[in-house]
Design a protein. Structure first.
Length: 346
């Protein structure tokens, strides 16, 4: 039986579990009314009777602990973890993450998202919540911690309805050769810079892969005989993989003009490249442009060169038509013109 004590104007509920006359588990909580204290204690006793003391002790792990465990697991199995770690760091700044994870509610996540939304896009908040959902999903199988997925799912559903979280908007920003020439001219006027920014930017268009995949590529993995580049541990929906990627002629020309050394082709930090690009874009007043737009431009050019979806995906690394569809810039008139004999008035 739980013990209920009145302390000043509040009521403390205490639950003790004994085995062979020895206390093996003890918890207490304080409430505004005796009825609330009694309800909590009764529910806790039933839960422990059903799942056991050990499961309850595991449930005492805080949300912050769970996030740390999830990041460590990703590191251990060689999965990408930096972005997840960054998202968890933002969440951990809020006190509710120190609560036992099985006491965290949907309202906690909703309150966090609303407080954290100022100055952040709905897509950013969605990415944070998806990282938490992944940690909850992994908890029972990876750490033996049974959690209620509805806590996160219900919070996500509400935040979507309130438009606090939402998928990122599709970008159609094209990068022109004139803009690339402007960056090239700006870079040549600089003194003391080590990053060959124009070369890297043109390569990102010529071989439109993710920034880190290009920055981690090694000369030893470039086959000059069949013009392929093996990219290691690339992003994939289920697990990292090595990909043998055909190197388009434009990218071949760039590599041919570079000194071949040991190690990486571009031995620079991806964050440093992004920072240099954003600095150039700001000084040159190139509006609404990001480094990722270079990949969009490169993929668009592959389609314009007449490559099919499977051929483009072999270069870009995309695994679905849905992901590539926005790069094709297909319009109804293009489809009608391809049918032959159909004149489209422009």
């Amino acid at each position: 039986m739980p013990t209920i004590r009145q302390r000043n104007d509040r009521f403390q509920a205490q639950v003790r579990i004994k085995e062979d006359g020895r206390i093996v588990h003890q918890e207490s909580a304080t409430f505004d009314t005796r009825a609330q204290a009694q309800a909590w204690a009764s529910a806790l006793e039933k839960r422990i009777a059903k799942t056991g003391v050990q499961a309850r002790k595991q449930g005492q792990i805080s949300l912050a602990d769970l996030m740390d465990m999830h990041v460590k697991m990703l590191k251990k199995i060689g999965r990408e973890y930096e972005a997840v770690e960054h998202r968890f760091k933002n969440i951990r700044a809020y006190p509710f993450t120190e609560k036992p994870v099985d006491t965290v509610t949907s309202a906690d996540f909703i309150d966090w998202a609303v407080q954290h939304s100022e100055g952040r896009s709905p897509a950013t908040l969605l990415n944070h919540m998806m990282a938490v959902r992944a940690a909850y999903r992994a908890a029972p199988v990876a750490h033996g911690i049974p959690l209620d997925m509805a806590v996160v799912s219900n919070a996500l559903d509400h935040l979507r309805r309130m438009q606090v979280v939402a998928p990122s908007k599709r970008r159609d920003r094209r990068v022109t050769d004139a803009e690339m020439d402007m960056i090239d001219a700006w870079w040549r006027r600089l003194e003391g810079t080590m990053i060959p920014l124009p070369t890297i930017l043109r390569f990102l268009v010529a071989l439109p892969r993710r920034r880190e995949e290009i920055m981690n590529a090694k000369w030893a993995d470039y086959n000059t005989k069949n013009h392929t580049l093996t990219l290691r541990d690339t992003k994939h929906p289920t697990m990292p993989r090595d990909e043998v990627v055909p190197v388009p002629p434009a990218a071949q020309s760039i590599l041919a003009g570079m000194p071949r050394t040991e190690g990486r082709i571009f031995p620079f930090l991806g964050t440093s490249v992004s920072a240099a690009f954003q600095r150039a874009a700001k000084l040159l007043e190139l509006e609404d442009i990001t480094l990722h737009d270079l990949r969009h431009e490169g993929i668009s050019r592959l389609f314009e060169a007449g490559l099919s979806i499977p051929e483009v995906s072999l270069i870009s690394g995309h695994t679905s038509w849905e992901s590539l569809k926005r790069y094709t810039h297909i319009q109804p008139k293009h489809v009608l013109e391809k049918l032959g004999g159909v004149r489209v008035v422009k």
